[in-house]
Design a protein around this ligand. Structure first.
Ligand SMILES: NC(=O)c1ccc[n+]([C@@H]2O[C@H](COP(=O)([O-])OP(=O)(O)OC[C@H]3O[C@@H](n4cnc5c(N)ncnc54)[C@H](O)[C@@H]3O)[C@@H](O)[C@H]2O)c1
Length: 447
């Protein structure tokens, strides 16, 4: 992973989008927007995928996955189902775990002359995001740089609709099956950026808890904390009507906390409270896996519209500047701090700082997540305590020091996080370098 460029968020939009322009209506925002994909959810849903892809009008379908997911046999079952429905189907297993511009170029090369008119991404965020990029680059060929968000790339919109993409998530985490963005590292520039456009949103998400039964405990935990942070950050985000009014063409994907996103998040936390520890401990518990996959989906439908803030802003340099950490459950070839782990490491400290902005939301979340935290005397410590207890129970590292950072790295990490203007503007408190320094120092050791 590489660091993210200034002003680019996980939705891949850039700071320049937020600048007020001439003709912007006066006063505070009164409108919010919300979007999501078509869904098919439930045990056994993947077996029906041939029928579903045929309904979308595709006839030649490329299935994309990474080697770890390929080894589970699920992508082969998807190909079999597509062929049984009379479609031509082939499998690409070369997705890079946490994709890069180089890995995406290799996938596009593989796909370029295939005449594909449909794509299926089978895997976690890495496979689904790679499938989005390959769909874009083969439907409307251009230089990848043309589509990357400005200022890294040219930020061009696709010239027309893409071939239908079906997402089959095999992790319970990113919610990439419902978002309109793909996230990737640009290796030469050492930045993480994205491509963001509504046309990238999958036509259909086929969400089947049975395919998550093989997730190793380390991936269950890291991706589970991505869900938790999506939920907590979007629930505590600055509300949409605290921003200046925008023209319709200037509205951004992350519009701030809003009543519709709140509904999804209020359903997410009880599922995590009930099943996170069980899914980590007993990976073959289908009821727990179902709860976790539903939680990932619900959080995606919430955060994908409301936004995320301080922990996600800090996650980019934490993942991007990794030296030699090799987490359990992930490919060992390269050092990495997996996305969800990089996010949760600063969450306890971040929610300590945001508590005063909306205490009732922090207290509600702490109570639902872990009712025993009602006993914590300092109310501002209840949510950090609930998060830390869950981290300890699921084998997360005890702070940034356990993934290789020391106090001498804090200034460098602040430099990376402070560039995430859009994400930081979603926080319910003003976040300057002083706050980021406090949060990162406070996150070196958590318990
Ligand atoms: N597009 C979005 O909206 C969005 C949102 C958040 C994060 N992301 C991106 O998603 C990526 C992370 O995705 P992720 O956390 O889902 O993990 P991942 O896709 O990177 O997969 C992690 C590991 O788990 C393995 N794996 C996945 N499913 C498995 C299964 N069922 N059984 C056994 N092994 C399995 C994979 O082989 C891989 O080794 C990052 O690049 C991140 O930036 C995208």
């Amino acid at each position: 992973m590489r660091d993210s460029e200034a002003g680019t968020s996980e939705t891949g939009t850039t700071e320049t989008d937020t600048e007020a322009e001439a003709g912007t209506p006066a006063g505070n925002e009164t409108v919010f927007t919300w979007g999501g994909p078509a869904l098919k959810f439930g045990a056994g849903a993947v077996a029906e995928i041939g029928y579903d892809v045929a309904q979308l009008g595709a006839s030649r379908v490329l299935v994309l996955t990474d080697p770890g997911v390929a080894a589970t046999g699920v992508p082969d079952r998807v190909v079999d189902s597509l062929r049984a429905a009379g479609l031509a189907a082939e499998l690409f297993t070369g997705v890079h775990v946490e994709p890069t511009d180089t890995s995406i170029a290799a996938a596009v090369d593989f796909a370029r002359d295939g005449g594909w008119d449909g794509f299926v991404g089978v895997g976690g965020g890495s496979a689904i995001d790679t499938a989005k990029a390959v769909d874009l680059m083969t439907s409307h060929p251009a230089d990848l740089n043309d589509y990357l968000n400005a200022p890294i790339g040219r930020g061009l919109a696709p010239a027309g609709p893409l071939a239908p993409l079906v997402a089959v998530p095999t992790t319970a985490g990113t919610g990439a099956e419902s978002t309109a963005v793909c996230v990737l590292d640009v290796l030469d520039l050492r930045v993480k950026t994205g491509i963001s456009h509504p046309r990238l949103r999958p036509a259909l998400a086929v969400v089947d808890p049975e395919v998550t039964l093989t997730l190793p405990p380390g991936v269950t935990a890291a991706s589970g904390f991505d869900i938790l942070c999506h939920a907590l950050e979007s629930f505590t985000a600055r509300p949409y009507d605290a921003y200046p009014r925008r023209r319709p063409e200037d509205r951004v994907a992350y519009c701030g906390a809003n009543p519709v996103s709140d509904v999804w998040i209020r359903q997410t936390l009880p599922l995590l409270a009930r099943s996170f520890r069980t899914a980590h401990r007993s990976g073959d518990d289908l009821a727990a896996r179902t709860d976790m996959l539903q939680a990932a989906l619900f959080a995606g439908l919430g955060f994908g519209n409301a936004g995320v803030h301080i922990p996600h802003a800090c996650a980019y340099p934490i993942a991007g500047r990794v030296r030699d950490f090799h987490p359990d459950g992930y490919p060992d070839a390269e050092p990495m701090v997996p996305h969800g782990m990089s996010v949760v490491l600063t969450a306890p400290a971040a929610f300590r700082r945001t508590y005063e902005a909306n205490p009732e939301r922090h207290l509600w979340a702490a109570h639902v997540l872990d009712p025993e935290t009602d006993q914590v005397a300092d109310p501002g410590e209840r949510l950090p305590t609930a998060i830390i207890r869950l981290m300890r129970d699921t084998g997360m590292p005890n702070g940034l020091s356990e993934v290789g950072y020391a106090e001498t790295d804090v200034a460098d990490l602040v430099d990376g996080a402070s560039r995430q203007h859009r994400l930081l503007s979603i926080a319910p408190v003003d976040v300057g370098d002083d706050v980021l320094t406090d949060v990162l120092k406070d996150s070196l050791t958590l318990w």
